[in-house]
Design a protein around this ligand. Structure first.
Ligand code: SMG
Ligand code: MG
Length: 368
């Protein structure tokens, strides 16, 4: 397979509800799609998970677009015959840029699988037709508003709730949600690196609430502090921002800093590395789950395929389209009884609504 051209499209998609994390408030998803077309005329889609600003990691969407246009796409286009497995070695001279690389690899992989009529979940080694999903609930102005938000998600059938926390919005909201909905709901929290060493004692008090896990309380490069907290807490410590590859995952697990792993293909450079990360975690007996980056239906389809792998034993941040967007750019994903069907079509398994994409597009460029 040869790639004839790579189109980069930027889309603006308003979020149904503004999403507040310890990083700040997000009201719009600034989407970057990578569309790879082969010389045989087959089109593959990739979605870049970089946010508008470099707050979750160093990458941001304007930068990712520039990196793909200037470095990654030309490397793939110049290579001649390629498969998805070639993308990482072809672009390894460029340091980091994992979200940009992941988007390019995903587009090539989708085109490759569509060419041969194979489904992504099947290709990755998925073992289930449906996966349990949860919802990530942002920080709210009041605890009462949070309880109402959680109530509406539970009414929609979600059985696992993740609360975003930060210093000043942690013990109280968690207590309120436990008091309102009892001990049976699956509850976990995510701090997105908002805490410091002086918060160890306060965080330890979260042990009272029977949480599934506590996600990324400290800086991405502070394995030592995560390991110390893991020693002191009964609640499992889960890492997200810290895990940038299968290798750093193994290091974090061996350091005692990571008892559960959040896997996001974009954060680790693509679905192929995400599968290796899954394999490493399984070998070291660490459960994994699929994280989310407010993806459109394109990224969501691929995440469902990844979450079909055997080690994904915890519900992922893969909510229904309606949690994010009034209108998605694929047929809407709808959870049923807290689970979602893994797409079964060729490639990522779903068709992209090109008219809808065109209507939302703010800019495009084609690299040949
Ligand atoms: O896609 O449902 C989703 C969002 C899940 O909370 C979510 N993602 O740290 O896990 C995380 C965050 C990263 C994005 S913050 C804007
Ligand atoms: Mg997280």
């Amino acid at each position: 397979m040869r790639i004839d051209n790579v189109e980069l499209r930027r889309l603006k998609m308003p979020l149904v509800t503004p999403f507040r994390t310890s990083f700040g408030l997000q009201t719009v998803r600034d989407v970057l799609l990578v569309v790879a077309t082969t010389t045989d005329g087959v089109t593959g889609y990739g979605e870049c998970v970089a946010l508008a600003d470099p707050v979750y990691s160093e990458e941001y969407v304007d930068g990712a677009e520039r990196v793909i246009a200037r470095y990654l796409a030309p490397a793939v286009l110049a290579a001649g015959a390629v498969t998805a497995a070639d993308v990482a070695p072809l672009t390894s001279a460029f340091v980091g840029q994992r979200m940009a690389k992941a988007a390019v690899e995903m587009a090539v992989l989708d085109a490759q699988l569509r060419t041969v009529g194979m489904n992504l979940a099947e290709f990755l080694g998925g073992v289930r037709a449906t996966v349990e999903v949860g919802v990530s609930v942002g920080i709210t102005d009041t605890v009462a508003a949070l309880v109402e938000a959680v109530r509406s998600y539970l009414d929609e059938g979600y059985r696992r709730i993740k609360l975003k926390i930060q210093p000043g919005f942690d013990l109280l909201p968690v207590t309120a949600v436990r008091d309102a909905f009892g001990p049976d709901i699956l509850l976990q929290v995510d701090a997105n690196t908002a805490y410091r060493a002086g918060d160890l004692d306060r965080l330890t008090r979260l042990d009272e609430y029977d949480l599934l896990l506590l996600e990324q309380p400290f800086d991405h490069d502070d394995l030592e502090l995560h390991a110390e907290l893991a020693q002191r807490m009964r609640t499992p410590i889960c890492l997200d921002e810290s895990l940038t590859s299968a290798k750093t995952t193994a290091t974090a697990i061996r350091a005692g800093a990571c008892e559960i792993a959040n896997i996001k293909a974009g954060r680790v450079g693509g679905y192929l590395e995400a599968r290796r990360m899954h394999d490493v975690a399984a070998a070291l007996d660490v459960p994994v789950w699929c994280g989310g980056m407010l993806e459109t239906g394109i990224g969501r389809a691929a995440n469902l395929a990844l979450a079909a792998l055997p080690g994904f034993t915890l519900p992922g941040d893969i909510s229904g389209s309606a949690r994010y967007y009034r209108e998605d750019i694929t047929a809407p994903f709808v959870p049923v009884g807290g689970s979602m069907a893994v797409p079964t079509g060729p490639g990522i398994g779903v068709e992209v609504d090109e008219e809808r994409v065109a209507a939302l597009t703010t800019s495009r460029q084609v690299i040949r």
